[in-house]
Every structure is written in structure tokens, then in C-alpha cells.
Write a protein of this length. Structure first.
Length: 70
């Protein structure tokens, strides 16, 4: 499965990764690569928990680019 994730540096220079399709599924790392590896582990754990409890996986979030005038 493929999931969209966001990665942003926080005020402490730690990279925070989040998976919008899985509410509350977040991780972090000292580098962007570390945060990406950690969010992959977090997603696997999240999906494992859903399966263990017989809960469905939500529909994947879709993303679009919008243009606004300034």
C-alpha cells in the first residue's frame, strides 16, 4: 500500500512526519531520512493494530493542488 506523508521541521530542528490517512499516526527523526524510516515503521504498526482489532483501513486521502490569487 502507498500512503501520503508530510514531513516538516519543528522549532527544535527535529523532522516530524505524519500520515494524514491514519489519524494520529506520527513519528519524528533527527533527519528527514530518519523521519521517513520512522513513519514507515509507525504506519506498519498502525495497520497491524487495525488488523488485530478487526478495524477497516480508511479510504486513502487524496491530494490536489489549488491555485489562489493574491
Amino acid at each position: 500500500m502507498k500512503f501520503r506523508v508530510t514531513v516538516e521541521p519543528d522549532e527544535d530542528a527535529v523532522f516530524v512526519a505524519e500520515c494524514p490517512a491514519l489519524p494520529g499516526c506520527m513519528s519524528q527523526g533527527k533527519t528527514r531520512d530518519e523521519a521517513m524510516a520512522n513513519i514507515c515503521d509507525a504506519i506498519q504498526g498502525y495497520l497491524g493494530s487495525l488488523k488485530k482489532h478487526g478495524e477497516p483501513i480508511r479510504e486513502l486521502v487524496t491530494a490536489a493542488v489549488v491555485e489562489v490569487s493574491l
